[in-house]
Design a protein around this ligand. Structure first.
Ligand SMILES: Cc1ncc(COP(=O)(O)O)c(C=O)c1O
Length: 462
């Protein structure tokens, strides 16, 4: 068995001016050393006398630390034998905390809004107001659907800005689109559904959520008028992005909207309306939910409108869905963070969201124009489909090796997403889904220049 040498000692010098008692400092260092495997299982520790001398503390300090660690199971102490690290302790080297999210010098991925444009001062004001005005009772268990005052304010906002049939009793606050969508998928799976129809191409993470809930994905093609409603099959639910199809940018036509609602009624099916970015467009059709509130769940999110880090979203549900969703939420305590909800209520009531969206629409329109111009000059091999200016991305199609392009781009600090990522059936055109939300105009130009260097015959120095 290894013996931990006393000279070096398993414990670093102690902080005599700090708040932490000396025995606790010894304890912490030993515990961390054992957990991380720096002091191996079975190793003999120095005697209390030797370690006390090495650290220049009284022997009682070490006796107390050893005693505590023995009572927790880290050390084995037997009369007359050296103190050893218990043989059964599981050891694992400690890894530094890492993020799973890649970072890019030039982020052209479609989901990223301008985080630097986040209205931090206004949000801070609303956070302060939340703390100032909230009675302490609000800090108790939240209503599983979210705070009533937020549901009231948000319902009014959705009626105004989305033409939604917004009843606050059927409005549920959730942690963004994905959180709400996962809840819906799980409920569908529990109540006997086996498949959910999705747009193809369509947003890849939604597919993962459906599959994770144990449901099958039924891809339905999309054209310039949005989802091909005539190609919908016998499914219990369909996920659509009517205001701004992801990733083609199409708007669901008037005829298709009517056909979709009719289809849902004929097949007793649920329409899940992903309303992720509609207010970022100057011209936006009202929500389909307004046409058929008992057939449609309107799922919205603050991720594009404000910032994904807030994890804030909402679902306007048909009345028959509200209760099953609510009971599940009550069990899982998914009522959300009340302070964020109070701040969001204040933010909406002050008109800050509307103000922010007005500002961002102008900014994004200018960034979009810059990206389109850079693409036309530097990457004529890619064609951007005719689609009304909207949101935060464009689809640029062309004959490219998507995989190689994405890899090369990443090596040059440019983040892009291949169209193929969002295709569910093989085949179809290739291309890139390019976001312009996060980069100012000169950076967009530079990013496209870096992309163009990867393709042969690109006039990159124009
Ligand atoms: C098509 C689509 N739906 C929904 C979302 C928002 O998801 P969440 O609210 O979970 O961040 C995004 C964001 O990238 C999106 O692109």
């Amino acid at each position: 068995m290894p013996v931990v040498p006393v000279e070096r000692g398993p414990v670093d010098p102690l902080d005599r001016d700090g708040d932490l008692p000396l025995h606790e400092q010894v304890e912490r260092q030993l515990r961390e050393g054992i957990q991380a495997g720096r002091i191996p299982a079975g190793a003999a520790l120095p005697s209390t006398r030797a370690l006390a001398t090495a650290l220049d503390v009284s022997r009682g300090v070490i006796t107390e630390a050893y005693g505590q660690l023995a009572s927790e199971g880290y050390l084995a102490m037997r009369q007359g034998a050296p103190v050893r690290v218990a043989a059964a302790v599981q050891q694992r080297p400690r890894e530094p905390a890492r993020s799973l999210h890649p970072t890019f010098a030039y982020d052209l991925r479609p989901g990223v809004p301008d985080l630097a444009g986040f209205p931090a001062d206004a949000w801070l004001r609303s956070l302060r107001a939340a703390w100032r005005q909230a009675p302490f009772a609000t800090l108790g268990e939240p209503d599983p659907r979210g705070l009533p005052q937020l549901r009231e304010t948000l319902a009014a906002q959705l009626a105004r800005s989305r033409g939604a049939a917004a009843d606050p009793e059927h409005l549920i606050v959730c942690g963004g689109f994905r959180a709400g969508f996962v809840e819906l998928c799980r409920l569908l799976a529990r109540t006997g559904a086996d498949r959910v129809a999705v747009e193809d191409p369509g947003w890849h993470p939604a597919r993962l959520a459906i599959e994770q809930a144990g449901l099958g994905v039924v891809p339905v093609p999309v054209d310039a008028d949005g989802l091909r409603v005539d190609a919908l099959h016998d499914v219990r639910a369909v996920l659509v992005t009517p205001a701004h199809q992801f990733p083609t940018g199409a708007t669901l036509s008037r005829e298709r909207r009517a056909a979709l609602v009719q289809w849902a009624s004929d097949h007793d099916a649920l329409i899940i309306e992903d309303d992720y970015d509609s207010e970022l467009s100057e011209q936006r059709p009202g929500a389909v939910q307004g046409l058929a509130p008992e057939r449609v769940v309107l799922l919205g999110s603050a991720s594009k409108r404000l910032a994904p880090g807030l994890r804030l979203g909402w679902m306007l549900t048909p009345s028959w869905l509200t209760w099953p969703l609510t009971t599940t939420r009550a069990v899982e305590a998914t009522g959300g963070d009340v302070i964020t909800q109070l701040a969001f209520t204040d933010f909406l009531e002050r008109g800050e969201l509307d103000r922010h969206l007005r500002r961002m629409r102008t900014q994004y329109a200018s960034r979009r124009a810059a990206l389109l111009s850079a693409l036309a000059r530097r990457l004529p091999q890619l064609t951007v489909r005719e689609a009304p200016p909207a949101g935060l991305f464009v689809l640029a199609e062309g004959e490219i090796d998507e995989h190689a392009m994405v890899e090369h781009a990443a090596q040059h600090g440019v983040g892009v997403e291949p169209l193929g990522l969002h295709r569910f059936e093989p085949g179809g055109s290739t291309g890139l889904v390019l976001g312009y939300g996060a980069l100012a105009e000169p950076a967009l130009d530079r990013a496209v220049e870096l992309l163009s260097n990867m393709l042969p015959n690109a006039p990159s120095q124009v």
